[in-house]
Design a protein. Structure first.
Length: 398
């Protein structure tokens, strides 16, 4: 007599909701933007100063909003204190709960030091802007350049901790072969820089600055980040098809029969190739044509933001639809409420509100590498004189 045994595997709800995607996306924009601001603010490269102003705006606002998304992803936000009451040195999340507040404070202090000379110059301005400038500038004493460099270096060191823990806390999950790979943390960083350069290109456009040097610098960084991301993705793929055992081989096997995953991989690969090709095309155009072409660089910035966000969506959300205890895939439909569409839109809305508040109250366009309001005035006078001389020379030779 033959008998059949039925095995029933329960379907578990997903552990991470779109709030996690928002956090991983915003915190990647934060640390990548910080590194893009560092050449001017920390290391004194004057030609990077316009880029640094935009990058610091992006860094501060994303750093302020990212922890909000993280707290929302805890499902019960008020239980965050458990990380400190029951600390665990073997948990990357526990380590991150210590690094993230320090990094947040470091970014705020760095932004204040960079913006303080401009705030001092606006102390006599009428209205709310002048009141905020008087309140935030904390006197007329110069801002020591050494202090700004020290805080900047410390915050950069903390940002590497953010890069490490956000990648490691996903990559150590052995139950998910698609997560459990050494290739995931560097891919998070590479796509973070792609998205951050895209954000700066968009801010350069919508802020009205339209700085051509910033466009050129960000396109070069984006090109390098795309190249690194392509090398990491290619290495992961080759590792999977050439190995018979291991997490990468198991990951490839888990999605081998899914047409949806093949479409996702194809879309991601084509988008990356198109972005790389478009950036390379812009950078290799004749110098006379670059200003007209660079005016459209913000469109590539939007594509870059899409690449960074969608990579995190695929990794954090789509991977959870791969069944662990049964065959096939689980369907996930994005709900309309706060754990779905409303949460995604609301997070981006909160970030936009933070940008508008900073733009309204803080003279971030005059950010400097420390110094005083007098130094800022002298720099503006010198810049105006150089511009006048350039204009006069152009007219004379015309």
């Amino acid at each position: 007599m033959n008998s059949a045994i039925e095995l029933l595997a329960p379907r578990y709800d997903i552990a991470w909701y779109p709030w996690a995607v928002q956090y991983f996306f915003l915190i990647a924009l934060s640390y990548a933007s910080l590194w893009l601001a560092a050449p001017a603010l920390v290391f004194g490269r004057q030609r990077w100063l316009p880029t640094a102003r935009l990058a610091l705006l992006a860094c501060l606002t994303t750093t302020l909003v990212a922890p909000v998304a993280l707290l929302a992803d805890l499902h019960q936000p008020l239980r965050f204190w458990h990380f400190y009451a029951y600390a665990n040195s073997h948990s990357w999340m526990s380590v991150g709960s210590l690094v993230l507040p320090l990094y947040l404070v470091g970014v705020i202090v760095l932004a204040w030091l960079a913006w303080r000379p401009a705030l001092q110059a606006h102390r006599q301005a009428p209205g709310l802007g002048g009141f905020v400038a008087r309140w935030l500038s904390l006197g007329n004493a110069p801002t020591p350049r050494a202090l700004l460099v020290l805080v900047g270096l410390g915050t950069l060191a903390l940002s590497t901790g953010i890069m490490l823990y956000t990648g490691a806390e996903v990559a150590i999950v052995k139950a998910r072969p698609l997560w459990n790979t050494v290739w995931l943390p560097p891919m998070f960083v590479a796509t973070g820089f792609i998205a951050a350069t895209g954000l700066i290109l968009v801010l350069n456009r919508v802020s009205g600055l339209h700085d051509m040097a910033t466009n050129r610098q960000m396109l070069k960084v984006m090109l390098g980040a795309c190249l690194v991301a392509g090398l990491v993705a290619g290495s992961w793929f080759l590792d999977g098809i050439n190995a018979n055992v291991g997490s990468v081989a198991a990951a490839m096997e888990s999605v081998r029969g899914s047409a949806e995953w093949r479409s996702t991989a194809l879309w991601g690969g084509l988008t990356g190739v198109v972005l790389f090709g478009a950036v390379l095309f812009l950078l290799t155009r004749p110098a006379a044509r670059r200003p007209a072409l660079y005016a459209w660089a913000w469109l590539l910035g939007l594509v870059a933001l899409h690449v960074g966000w969608m990579f995190r969506w695929v990794v954090l959300m789509d991977v959870q639809t791969v069944a662990r205890h049964s065959a096939g895939f689980h369907h996930y439909g994005i709900p309309a409420g706060s754990s779905g569409v409303l949460g995604i839109v609301g997070t981006f809305g909160l970030w936009l509100a933070a940008v508008l508040v900073v733009d309204l109250l803080i003279p971030w366009r005059q950010a400097r590498q420390g110094g005083s309001a007098a130094d800022l005035s002298c720099a503006h006078s010198a810049h105006a004189q150089r511009a006048a001389e350039t204009t006069e020379g152009a007219l004379r030779h015309g």
